[in-house]
Design a protein around this ligand. Structure first.
Ligand SMILES: [Zn+2]
Length: 208
């Protein structure tokens, strides 16, 4: 404390009223000091709040992988219009032998990038009856994945190419026997389509 201030405090401290004045001055100084340095602690709190943010609604499958496998679509997606492993009543355009899993990107139903679900070797890439612009990947062990209805001229891989998990294959579209943009994701074992839902669920990647 500077000497004049100290002398004043000593003089004031000799009377009860003086002590009250000192107490009030100290309290006001403390409050003013807190306000003066407020930005120093408000800023980190504000940053922490904005980083945490509110949780996004709905299921998010963004770049989700489990071991050597992942979802073929990034971000949030919905199950396509009623097409799963079993034929669906009331779906006029669905073939009765639908053997894939239809999924649609929420953010970009037409144009979302489709990714290889696992590493493998491209055995088909191009127009295929029914499935439109299609890629098939051989993962070894008799397992093949098929990605149908991709946009024309969107394929990013070619036959004979080795791909990794997540390698971009093309863009979600509506080519072939399709009435709206979606991905027809099919899994074949030894040349025969199998139900993709239990297959993916067993890998920790439920299709739901
Ligand atoms: Zn389909």
């Amino acid at each position: 404390m500077p000497a004049p201030v100290a002398r004043t405090a000593v003089v004031l401290g000799r009377s009860g009223t003086g002590r009250k004045i000192i107490a009030v001055v100290l309290i006001i100084s403390f409050i003013l000091g807190g306000l003066l340095f407020a930005p120093a602690w408000i800023v980190p709190l504000a940053i922490a709040g904005s980083v945490a943010g509110p949780a996004a609604p709905g299921p998010v499958h963004g770049a989700v992988t489990s071991g050597n496998w992942g979802y073929p679509l990034e971000g949030e997606w919905t199950v396509g219009r009623g097409s799963g492993w079993q034929p669906v009543d009331g779906c006029a355009y669905c073939p009765s032998d639908h053997k894939g899993f239809d999924m649609t990107s929420v953010a970009m139903p037409c144009g979302a990038i489709i990714h290889a679900a696992s590493a493998g070797h491209v055995i088909n890439a191009g127009p295929t009856p029914g499935w439109g612009n299609t890629v098939r990947i051989d993962h070894g062990g008799g397992i093949v994945t098929l990605y149908g209805h991709m946009q024309w001229d969107s394929l990013l891989v070619a036959v004979g190419q080795d791909v990794d998990i997540g390698t971009p294959l093309g863009a979600e579209g509506s080519t072939g026997k399709s009435t709206g943009c979606h991905l027809h994701y099919e899994i074949q074992r030894d040349g025969v389509a199998i139900d993709p839902e239990p297959f993916m669920a067993a890998l920790g990647l439920p299709l739901q």
